[in-house]
Design a protein around this ligand. Structure first.
Ligand SMILES: [Zn+2]
Length: 265
């Protein structure tokens, strides 16, 4: 029973998408959320969800696109909402609403931060309207994210590719005791003690796992193979190794957490 809550199967370069799905869907109970990365890949992501069983998509606008589309804010958000309404059956969340201060240039930091924040809040509003989880990307922006989450007061969110520490996770739980921390292949790396400490100590009911494939291949395949959804089992193994509950309980609870937050029955 595996649930990869975040993957980009259509972005694989070295592996064939049919093979990736065949590998993953060998078990009928395996589920996957296929994430699109910009407006151009949105349709691909929905097509993938339509084609493969137990596969779902998410919608959002990338901040870089957002920057370009700055003048059309209302229109962009309307397009997004329309896409959701037309594909409701396949769309399970708003991904990835965003703060990323790592990639933005120092010169126009403020301008870009304002754009990111505007879309971040709009994504949360859309999520609220349709009772969808917001999936949050954080890079060097933990405090800004916590502030927006507090102000927007929305309980239904996932911290994607968790890369902070236990203190950050606890601050998220102060905002929402149902917040989800989603652990990626980074959790299996030797240089990730704070992430491992978090995976070990937070309540099991707040844990999800994801590959973010084709990126971030977990150990023992790091540097050796392109990542794919079936490798989510290595992340599960790592979490089992870190925690005190039985392997069975961990597998079952994480799987149920994923279905619950994405409202998949
Ligand atoms: Zn991703």
């Amino acid at each position: 029973m595996l649930f990869d809550t975040h993957a980009h199967p259509y972005m694989a370069k070295k592996k064939n998408m049919e093979d990736i799905f065949q590998n993953f869907q060998r078990s009928d109970s395996n589920y996957l959320v296929s994430i699109w990365t910009d407006l151009k890949t949105s349709q691909t992501s929905i097509d993938v969800a339509k084609k493969y069983k137990n596969t779902f998509a998410t919608i959002w606008i990338h901040p870089t696109d957002a920057q370009e589309l700055w003048n059309d804010f209302e229109e962009v958000m309307k397009t997004l909402e329309k896409l959701y309404i037309e594909n409701e059956k396949y769309i399970v969340g708003i991904w990835e609403t965003w703060f990323d201060f790592y990639w933005i240039s120092k010169e126009n930091f403020q301008d870009q931060k304002i754009t990111q924040e505007k879309y971040f809040r709009a994504h949360i509003q859309l999520a609220k309207k349709y009772e969808l989880p917001v999936i949050i990307h954080n890079r060097d922006s933990a405090d800004a994210i916590l502030q927006v989450l507090k102000e927007e007061n929305y309980w239904n969110f996932i911290i994607h590719c968790f890369s902070e520490n236990l203190e950050f996770a606890n601050k998220c739980f102060e905002i929402s005791e149902n917040a989800m921390m989603s652990f990626s292949g980074i959790t299996t790396f030797k240089n990730a003690p704070e992430i491992q400490e978090t995976a070990k100590n937070i309540p099991l009911k707040n844990i999800l796992i994801e590959t973010d494939s084709p990126f971030l291949t977990p150990a023992p395949f790091r540097w050796k193979e392109e990542n794919e959804p079936i490798f989510v089992k290595h992340i599960l193994e790592k979490i089992t190794e870190l925690r005190s509950e039985s392997a069975n309980e961990i597998e079952k609870t994480i799987y149920e957490n994923s279905k619950k937050i994405y409202k998949i029955s």
